[in-house]
Design a protein around this ligand. Sequence first.
Ligand code: ZN
Length: 345
Amino acid sequence: MKLRDLGRVRQVFRRVRNSIAPGALILMYHRIADEDSDPWGLCVKPQHFAKHLEVLRKMVRPLQLHQLTQEMDAGTRLHRSVALTFDDGYIDNLQNAKPLLERFDLPATVFVSTGYTGQDREFWWDELERLFLQPRQLPETLQLKIEGQHYQWELGTDAHYSQEAFARDRLWQAEHQKTPSVRHSLYYSIWRLLQPLREEVRRQLLDELLTWADAKPQARATHRPLTQAEVLDLERESPIEVGAHTVMHPFLSALPISSQKQEIQQSKTHLEEILGHPVRSFAYPYGDYTKDTIAVVREAGFTCACSTNKGSVKRQSDRFQLPRVGVKDWDGDEFARRLARWFDV
Ligand SMILES: [Zn+2]
């Protein structure tokens, strides 16, 4: 049999298997907000989110993430079950997502990075967006020393960035589109350089960038992370459960195992102090982990962990590498179409 034929047979087999016993889906959201600039596509507009929930109410069997893992353990049929998750712990999860989840009586898990709660700082990627992609005057030259390496960038005429230029470029998506200006190239280069760094190093560089840009560190009301009191509010009389997402949202695989342990264990302990009950679920920042990371998450006492590997959840799926599907700012029809297709994965 030719390789291509074998591929087709496998595809048909998968379709048949999934039509008999379709898996469950874990949906991954970040923000429920309407922002002018959203380079990583993290925002779903509240009106679109309401439509998603309407579709879910009609089409699927909603359940809480920990309930899903219990059913996997019990060998229950996962027939068209869906669990909702939110990563990072943005304020809009409380202000915009919670009321809608309550209205449709749908459960969800919000994974919170505890080092950001109660700090008047934005997540580092938002701070970068505020500095480079919002209309403000910047110096023409930027020099940075990152991990012993010297960098220099020239902004030229893009040191000035007008409201008109901002309006023209605001829909830019970092992952899918060419950079429309020097500012966007610079933003993307620095994002890539900062992402793998240790938190202290990254924070120091961000402070340098803030000084360079003559900007303040204060978080925008729209972009700020939840405070501790708000983390508690999130769960109060609601179908929402809080899960852990490390302390400072690091690239775990880049850290020595002792630091990974601290990041994972401390976020759990901190949340349990705030909430007064065990925290069972974890999500790997950036979906990044190693075998050792998984062992640390298990030892910390979590019962499951979400990755960003795309796919549906089967009974035999690894509880500590649960696949998810990322949701974008789709309208109700597009969301329903995608949902139907995902159940076939
Ligand atoms: Zn995250």
